[in-house]
Design a protein around this ligand. Sequence first.
Ligand code: IVH
Length: 671
Amino acid sequence: MDKSNILSKIEDLRKFLNQCNYDYYVLNDSKVSDYEFDTKLRELQDLETAYPEYDDPDSPTHRVGNDINQEFQQVAHKYPMLSLANTYNEGELRDFDSRIRKLIPGEKYSYVCELKFDGTSISLTYNNGRLVRALTRGDGKKGDDVTQNVRTIKSVPLKLNEGDYPEEFEIRGEILMPHSSFDKLNQERLEIGEPLLANCRNAAAGALKTQNSSVAAKRGLDCYLYYLLMDQLPTDSHFQNMQIARRWGFKVSENTAKANSIDEVFDFINYWDKERKNLPYDIDGIVIKIDSMSLRDRLGFTAKTPRWAIAYKFKAEEAAVKLLSIDYQVGRTGIITPVANLEPAHLAGTIVKRASLYNSDFIASLDLHEGDTVYVEKGGEIIPKVTRVELSKREPGAKPIHYITKCPICGTDLVRNAGEAGHYCPNYTTCPPQITGKILHFVTRKAMNINCGEATIELLYKDNLIHDVADLYTLTVEQMSRLERFAQKSAENFVQSVEKSKQVPFERVLYAVGIRYVGEGAARNLVKKFKTLDAMKNATLEELADAEDIGEIIANSVYQWLRNPVNIQLVDRLRSYGLKFEAEVNADEGPQSNKLEGLSLIVTGSFATPQRRTELEKMVEQNGGKLQSSVNSKTNFVVAGDKPGASKVKKAEELGIKIISEAEFLGMINE
Ligand code: IVH
């Protein structure tokens, strides 16, 4: 290579690595495998060592990454937060051991082998046994103060057990998201029409950086501690110190072992390389540390990493496969998800045929071309991931993949909102997968719990029997039994289950109608505050955002949804079929207030059940109102159900008295 080629190679590597760092640390969204990142970093390091004239203080080899998010206060670390040198092969691990032997000649030493948790690192400060601060790594010198979010993690002790710890000390570890929390989170995202998260590490880092700590609290994060920092440690053994820290109240992994030789270290590595698939969280390697703290002091640090520890990283299993085609899936909220169809390949015990390509930026960053051979990787990741293209296998003249601009199903121009990664099809009224997707969501167990599956919905839609969720309430046993696969009995069951769904409480109906970002929890909180859909409709954006755990994004989505005539028509139809758009108020437990003080009301007509009228009458009194039995000049409101008394209505009209619905009445007392 001539010199100008070397310089341009160095520059390309720096640009690539800077982009990776930005994606990983700033956007919490890594697009390359760790292996590829580390290989490229090392390639750059080697070139910079061989050609020192091209070194640059701003090169990615000279920094430890940066995850500073300006929205959090930055605080300096008392002790710098360094990274670990890492390796993927046995030879280098043996070199590490030989280096140590040379640096401390004649000393007997042992290692501690620990799991390398695949999360995001954290430094906790305790003062008089109480958690006072939690900082992310940041740039290693200062980090983001995420104390409020960390306080919500149940495994982080806020107050320590009795113990012999100094007034102030730090302890470091890893915040991670267990698979169970990750699966639950992605299931929720699926239900509210949000793109899925690629892996537990990004999910943990994202959760830690949420502005709203109550949201962080619901992410089911966990925290393992592995590094104690204080002037006078309890003992000279790191292993012992961590056992002591466990007694103070910290979560310290049980899956740690002392090793007296490098061969014992390999036994540990080999065991966990196989066993890691059975852990409830992701690990991406093993950390090997010198046990003795005094030997650690003698070994010291290089500029970026300790000489007394190294990370052995498991190589994510990967396979090179041919890209056959790309499907663009349309979700129920119109969100487009590109999915690669791949030549089937064995990977980490399963056959991989498809992999998510996330969005158009991801496809562009891969520079994907038709018929490319791509690497798919399944490390800790649940969803196989395309990491890179094997350029040497690209066919000459292969065409680059251009992201679609129109909906693959209905042909509508796709839209991409500023700040959002995904495109979506705005045609929510007639785009078929959006319609069937919405109906499918509506019938699920957590929503209306109607007894039918995807195939039935497709069939009903194809046969022109349903176009929206309200149409489900028009279906008759006769119509259903005419469908192929439907016997009389199953038709009856179906209609019965539709009928039964009318009793589903309002909060589940609100979830069922499929407002973007409104999951079960958001629906529950909105109903708790507003009680009725009408009250929700009358609320301002600020009032909506004021409900528990409802941020601006959800509030805005609800606000817009309630202002769309198509949705309002749908609600009116559903209401006319008997679905609940008001929270049920049990008269005895109903709100006790003086909201109706000074007002006289009368309740007339029939309501959902005969008891309901009595309940409403009770509510008038419980809220300080005067209940009347006939309309007169003192009457302020007539609460009218179905078929209200004709003479009462006439009198009210004559006297100009307002006639209100049950919902409006509930709105008055629950405002
Ligand atoms: S010790 C001086 N032990 O791996 C460095 N780190 O690649 C002290 N990590 O930044 C770190 N598990 O976030 C240590 N058992 C473990 C670990 C661990 C995961 C992370 C940590 C560190 C990164 C280095």
